[in-house]
Design a protein around this ligand. Sequence first.
Ligand SMILES: Cc1ncc(COP(=O)(O)O)c(C=O)c1O
Length: 322
Amino acid sequence: MTRPTDRPLASVLEAMGDTPLVELARLTRGLNGRVLAKLEYLNPGYSKKDRIARQMIEEAEAAGALRPGQTVVELTSGNTGTGLAIVCGVKGYPFVAVMSAGNSMERARMMRALGAEVVLVDQQPGSRAGQVSGEDLALVEQAAQRITAERGAFRCDQFRLAGNFNAHCLHTGPEFIRQSGGALDAFCDFAGTGGSFAGCAAALKDHDPAIRCYVVEPEGAAVLAGQPVTQANHRIQGGGYAMSHLPLLRPEQVDGYVQVSEAEAIAMTRRLAREEGLFAGFSAGANVAAAVRLLTTTMPGATVAVLLSDSGLKYLSTDLWD
Ligand SMILES: Cc1ncc(COP(=O)(O)O)c(C=O)c1O
């Protein structure tokens, strides 16, 4: 989407997407290759998930699957919920966000401020706050299903709805191509639902099948790469749930897998802030760490595209920032 800038926008929904692409020239100094980062934290809800919220709701409206005034329910780590709170608020749908109590509390407060009802689901016994596992998420899923049935709601299921894939295939991926002048060699992305990876990979490979696309996973929970789970809990919020099947992910699009440790992701997120002035979340650090790994191993000289998926402001209550 090319955003018109010479007139007032009809609503904040038109301000979603079309984010800047920045070369990480300081961070990659001395390395052979380039990393281009898309500033998704500049979306109105401070994450890339605004894009899918708008796309999923508008596709449901067009298909008649969502009635005027019907309640919308979704399981969220906070970002999709924030996007949906904005979209539903503007369009007049009540919205219930179902979230693990293990996610940072800025997210719940922001969703409430935007008019959402937030239901927090306790973690499994033994799980730690700030470390949401696939098992914790299974509890959130059960609660989301129950609330959807109780309220006769529309379940805006980001793990399954094509709108998640389409938002990135129709917009994020083509923006990467346009903004880079088409000169990309690789894309790597930390997977939660896998929607960003799948949508961007489809658009990038459609443009040039030689662009290599890598799934990024946390070390110790790299099930998509076929590895055993040795550490299900980690601090890279928004993904790495060790779910071996992601409905939106198409295995034929995956050229490889990169594992990033929690410590590497955190160190790189801090470097992004200090050296590039880019204040992003844990998964942004994971993506950039993976891109740097590609430049220093299998893809020297390459130009690698990544998403800085959400804002560092969402983690002020965590130990990401000291
Ligand atoms: C901060 C953050 N990074 C990465 C992801 C993963 O994105 P996707 O669900 O498109 O795989 C999410 C998803 O919630 C997220 O919130």
